[in-house]
Ligand binder design. Structure first.
Ligand SMILES: [Zn+2]
Length: 200
């Protein structure tokens, strides 16, 4: 009979707790830890004070290709890849740390009002890494800013221009609407916008 290491289990509980706080769905926790469904559901209720949501995970590659999700996901994935490659934080730990950094950046850029969901949810961020692992998506490099952006696997790389360098016409309207919403509430407005080039 195999006995589970207590230290390993403690580590997994801490990891699951961090993921729940960031908004992870139960299916994500099941995939990333060896904890039982019952224990994870109990942990979820303890951390969030409510039952875990039921239903399917968002399973769409195309979502990542629309312009605003594409920018957010590309920022997240670049941070994730850096952490996973160059720091002791690997795989699920890198995911947690990268998502935290993404949230910081997204908040600084858009002045996201409290309580509003970030563009990229934790579960979608996790999904994105799985899409990379199964070669459904790739990073294409923008010929203008040289940044790496998420694209369908096997999309031609030559002549690729990212959604920051060439935003769609409706991009400004969404940003303005968000800015108006943010301005109507007493939220501290931050001037730095790391998601937008400085000459924008
Ligand atoms: Zn670009």
């Amino acid at each position: 009979m195999t006995k589970k290491s207590v230290a390993k289990e403690a580590e997994e509980i801490l990891l699951a707790t961090d993921m729940i706080k960031l908004g992870a769905r139960l299916q994500v926790l099941q995939a990333e830890t060896s904890l039982s469904y019952d224990r994870l559901a109990r942990l979820y209720r303890e951390v969030r004070g409510c039952s875990p949501p039921k239903g399917m995970l968002p399973f769409s590659v195309d979502w990542f290709m629309t312009w605003l999700p594409n920018i957010h996901s590309s920022v997240f994935y670049s941070v994730y890849r850096y952490l996973d490659t160059h720091t002791p934080a690997k795989k699920s730990r890198a995911l947690v740390e990268a998502y935290r950094l993404y949230i910081e950046q997204a908040d600084a850029g858009l002045g996201t009002p409290p309580g509003e969901e970030p563009v990229l949810s934790f579960t979608r961020a996790w999904m994105l890494i799985r899409f990379f692992d199964s070669n459904l998506v790739q990073l294409s490099h923008c010929e203008r800013c040289k940044g790496g952006f998420i694209a369908h696997a096997h999309d031609p790389q030559t002549g690729f221009v990212c959604a920051i360098c060439r935003p769609p016409p409706r991009a400004g309207k969404t940003r303005k609407r968000r800015a108006t919403t943010a301005a109507s509430k007493p939220v501290p407005v931050k001037t730095s916008d790391p998601l937008v080039p400085s000459d924008a």
